[in-house]
Design a protein around this ligand. Structure first.
Ligand SMILES: Nc1ncnc2c1ncn2[C@@H]1O[C@H](COP(=O)(O)OP(=O)(O)O)[C@@H](O)[C@H]1O
Ligand SMILES: [Mg+2]
Length: 223
C-alpha cells in the first residue's frame, strides 16, 4: 500500500505525520519504506535515527516517483511518501501512484479555505483515476481547547473529503522529537499523551494495519 502525505502548503505537519506513521507501521511488524520526496530530506534523516528498521529512500523528481514508486510498493507492505512543501508536479506524481492520501491541515478557517486550492491536484488525480486515491484530512497542530466550528465543518464538507476524528494537538513534544532523533512514544512520560494520540489516529485510519495490540514500546509509553 502506498500512502502519500499530501498538502502543497509547507509547515502543516507532513513530515511529522510521515515519520510517525512509518515508525508506527514498522512497530506493528510491517515492512515499511519511507519515500522522502522533499528536497530538504529531513524526514529520511529523522526516520534513520528514530526507526532504523524502516528503509529510507529519497526520490528526487516527478519522473523518479512515477518510475520507482510501484516497484517500491511491491517490495514492502507500506510505502509512506512524504510530500514536498510546494512542488505541484511532485505532488501530482505522488497522487497518481498512491492508494491513500493523508492531508494534514492546520485547524483554522483560513487553512481549511486554502485546502480547496491545495487539494486541487488531488481532485485531478481522483478524476483521472476513477476516484483513487482515497483521501482523508487530518487536523494538525490543533489547540487543546479547540472546537471545530460549524464554518469549518461546512468548508471541509464542501471539499467532499472525509476528516479523521482524531486530530493531532499542538504539543511541544512533536517539535522536540526530530532534534532527539525520536518519535513521541520513545520520549518517556513527556510523550505519553502524544503517543496515545498518534496511536489512536493510526488505528482509526488504518485499522487493518494494527497488530491487534499496541507494540511493547507504544504500550509502555501509553501506560
Ligand atoms: N502537532 C504538532 N505540535 C507542535 N508542533 C508541531 C506539530 N506538528 C508539527 N509541528 C512542528 O511544526 C513544524 C512544521 O512541521 P512539519 O512536519 O515539518 O511540516 P511540513 O512537513 O508540512 O512542512 C515543525 O517544526 C514541526 O516540528
Ligand atoms: Mg516536510
Amino acid at each position: 500500500m502506498i500512502i502519500v502525505i499530501a498538502n502543497s502548503k509547507g509547515g502543516v505537519g507532513k513530515s511529522t505525520l510521515a515519520v510517525h506513521l512509518a515508525a508506527w507501521l514498522h512497530e506493528q511488524g510491517h515492512g515499511v519504506t519511507l519515500a522522502d520526496c522533499d528536497t530538504q530530506h529531513s524526514s529520511s534523516q529523522w526516520i534513520g535515527e528514530a526507526a532504523p528498521g524502516v528503509t529510507a529512500v529519497t526520490l528526487a523528481d516527478p519522473d523518479e516517483i512515477l518510475d520507482r514508486l510501484p516497484a517500491l510498493g511491491q517490495q514492502c507492505d507500506f510505502v509512506v511518501a512524504d510530500g514536498p512543501g510546494s512542488n505541484t508536479e511532485t505532488s501530482r506524481a505522488l497522487l497518481l501512484r498512491a492508494d491513500l492520501a493523508l492531508v494534514p491541515c492546520k485547524a483554522s478557517m483560513l487553512e481549511v479555505r486554502a485546502l480547496a486550492q491545495a487539494t486541487n491536484v488531488l481532485r485531478q488525480a481522483q478524476d483521472i483515476r476513477g476516484g483513487q486515491p482515497n483521501a482523508k484530512i487530518i487536523l494538525s497542530m490543533v489547540g487543546k481547547t479547540y472546537r471545530l466550528t460549524q464554518d469549518m465543518k461546512d468548508a471541509a464538507a464542501a471539499l467532499e473529503l472525509p476528516m479523521a476524528h482524531t486530530a493531532l494537538i499542538l504539543r511541544q513534544i512533536y517539535a522536540d522529537a526530530p532534534g532527539q532523533g525520536s518519535v513521541v512514544w520513545q520520549l518517556g512520560a513527556r510523550g505519553r499523551e502524544a503517543a496515545v494520540e498518534v496511536n489512536s489516529l493510526f488505528r482509526e485510519i488504518l485499522p487493518d494495519a494494527f497488530a491487534g495490540k499496541p507494540s511493547r514500546r507504544v504500550r509502555r509509553a501509553i501506560g
